[in-house]
Design a protein around this ligand. Structure first.
Ligand SMILES: Cc1cc2nc3c(=O)[nH]c(=O)nc-3n(C[C@H](O)[C@H](O)[C@H](O)COP(=O)(O)OP(=O)(O)OC[C@H]3O[C@@H](n4cnc5c(N)ncnc54)[C@H](O)[C@@H]3O)c2cc1C
Length: 420
């Protein structure tokens, strides 16, 4: 018997090493982690996912108001943001082209509306189910209800050494950011990355509402208006976005505001002056002629009645008060100075922004693991061998419109293909 063990022992060791070599452990079963798992398993790897929630993909199910805007037809680098210029090596055309083939391979039928892609069913659940079904078919083991709190790197990685003591040769951290922590991503991924020697670029809310302290907010709450919104930082125009804005009792919301919010959050964090200017007349370029023309067509109307043609009545009161113009005057009785002041308030209505809404309300975070610390070809850490990052934990965030999930899929595919 002893002879038998001695004879076969090296073979047992080699077999167990081979098994361990194939063992990939993914932390987080969000869109990025599930994608990495599927692609790695399709490449013959043995994959295990640890997810702290009893249900995977909680955030995924909330996306696009439950409809999941999972991709955008208009793919160019300007929709993705990072503090590093290296971003161009991470968001490549080849990676963008890989996403829809991945969805085709999952059998998901999708539709496009104004460049936004949704599953044909209009349900995030369709994508969620397809991902989990594929995991099941590929034999990917998903362990729920374990929070990875500690990772030690020795010959292999040891996860939660004092508790579950799980060992893995390779790990992929797919733990998300700290936006909307009730979904499970509460920033613990950053702590794990730090404990393994990485730095973290300060996570700040992005795709979030902007707040101010103006007394008129209570009067405009509930109004939606089409605007051209401009972000000014320290009096310099930084970025413009056109679309529907929601005027609320704390300030501003809506997609165009969300797309300005990441830059606003970074500026506020540095104590810079942040303002949003709203142009309520973005449908024309020649404001004065437009108003004079409107007045000619309806010469019996007072100013507030004229403005009701394109503005909510509550907003008219606020604008006229700010411009110090009486509502029942006729437009042609205004002096040139008064007319200019009216136009200034209609087209450059400035709001001082004092804060963003909290991380709990943000859709994503900017910041995370710096691109300089990650191999752009493979998404492997440049500091720790066999450690990979995917998804929102990396210092890349996107505009509203499917770009954040876009990065989750793209990065999951890259790491899944390259993981060893
Ligand atoms: C309300 C809302 C709507 C959104 N809508 C859209 C949209 O329509 N289109 C779009 O492109 N983007 C949208 N986003 C953004 C998008 O959902 C995220 O960018 C994306 O989910 C990030 O994927 P991820 O896999 O990197 O992280 P996550 O989805 O956050 O997944 C991370 C997973 O890791 C788990 N985890 C974290 N830490 C640990 C740990 N220590 N141990 C074990 N498990 C852990 C978490 O529980 C979670 O399941 C939306 C976000 C929100 C909040």
């Amino acid at each position: 018997m002893i002879n038998f063990i001695f004879f076969y022992y090296p073979i047992f060791v080699i077999i167990s090493m081979v098994i361990q070599m194939e063992n990939i452990l993914i932390i987080g079963a969000g869109p990025a982690g599930l994608t990495a798992a599927i692609v790695a398993a399709r490449n013959g790897k043995k994959v295990t996912i640890i997810e702290r929630n009893s249900k995977c993909g909680k955030k995924l199910l909330l996306t696009g108001n439950g409809k999941c805007n999972f991709w955008n037809k208009e793919q160019n680098i300007t929709h993705y943001h990072s503090s590093s210029p290296l971003i161009k090596n991470f968001i490549t055309e080849k990676r963008q082209n890989s996403v829809l083939s991945f969805f085709d391979s999952l059998g998901i039928i999708y539709k496009e509306k104004n460049n936004y892609y949704y599953p044909f069913t209009n349900q995030a659940l369709t994508i969620y189910n397809a991902l989990l079904l594929e995991c099941q078919k590929l034999g990917i083991k998903i362990i729920n209800d374990i929070t990875v709190e500690k990772i030690i790197k020795e010959d292999c990685f040891i996860i939660n050494p004092e508790k579950e003591n799980i060992k893995a040769k390779t790990i992929i951290i797919a733990a998300g950011s700290k936006a909307m922590s009730k979904t499970g991503s509460d920033g613990l991924g950053y702590t794990l990355a730090k404990s393994l020697g990485h730095t973290i670029i300060k996570p700040l809310p992005s795709l979030v509402q902007l707040k101010g302290e103006e007394s008129y907010f209570k009067n405009w709450s509930g109004i939606r208006s089409h605007v051209l919104a401009s972000l000014y930082i320290d009096n310099t125009l930084i970025k413009k976005e056109e679309g529907e804005v929601q005027l609320t009792n704390y300030g501003l919301s809506g997609i165009c505001i969300f797309n300005l919010s990441g830059l606003a959050a970074k500026a506020l964090d540095k104590n810079k002056k942040v303002e949003i200017s709203l142009n309520f007349m973005s449908f024309t370029q020649n404001y004065k002629n437009f108003l004079k023309d409107l007045n000619k067509k309806s010469s019996n109307k007072t100013i507030n009645e004229l403005l009701e043609g394109f503005l909510n009545y509550k907003l008219i009161d606020i604008i006229l008060k700010k411009a110090n113009i009486k509502r029942n005057l006729k437009l042609n009785t205004l002096s040139e100075i008064e007319l200019n002041k009216l136009i200034e308030n209609l087209t450059n209505f400035k709001i001082k922004i004092t804060s963003t809404n909290t991380l709990e309300h943000a859709q994503v975070c900017s910041g995370g693991v710096p691109l300089e610390e990650i191999n752009n070809e493979t998404l492997e850490s440049l500091k720790v061998k066999n450690l990979y990052f995917v998804g929102e934990i990396i210092d890349i965030d996107g505009d509203c419109g499917g770009y954040n999930l876009g990065w989750a899929w793209m990065s999951g595919i890259v790491a899944g293909k390259n993981v060893k």
